[in-house]
Write a protein that binds this ligand. Structure first.
Ligand SMILES: [Zn+2]
Length: 98
């Protein structure tokens, strides 16, 4: 039954190449992989917390349209605030007065 076997492995190969639902995070410093829930309008990267808008070309074929700026800006602002806090702590050193 060589033919039957071939058919099966062919289907398996096809199944492996079907990576429609998976994305790489668009955050260049993250590159995490994630998969949106079927029908979801947004997807959140589990690695860095950034959110992206999802467009469904077909019910099983999502595409990332772009980042959710509100959420990502908040993340960026929090990161910046942490940085500023560090800076102002350093500035609190007495001789840095202008
Ligand atoms: Zn990410």
């Amino acid at each position: 039954m060589a033919v039957e076997r071939e058919g099966l492995s062919g289907a398996e190969t096809l199944a492996k190449t079907r990576t429609y639902g998976k994305f790489r995070c668009h955050n260049p410093s993250c590159m995490g992989r994630f998969q949106p829930e079927p029908g979801a309008k947004r997807v959140k990267c589990p690695a860095c917390g950034m959110e992206f808008r999802v467009h469904w070309i077909r019910p099983d074929f999502p595409r990332i349209r772009g980042p959710v700026w509100d959420v990502n800006r908040k993340i960026a602002q929090e990161a910046l605030a942490a940085l500023e806090a560090k800076k102002s702590a350093a500035k609190a050193a007495p001789k840095e007065e202008k």
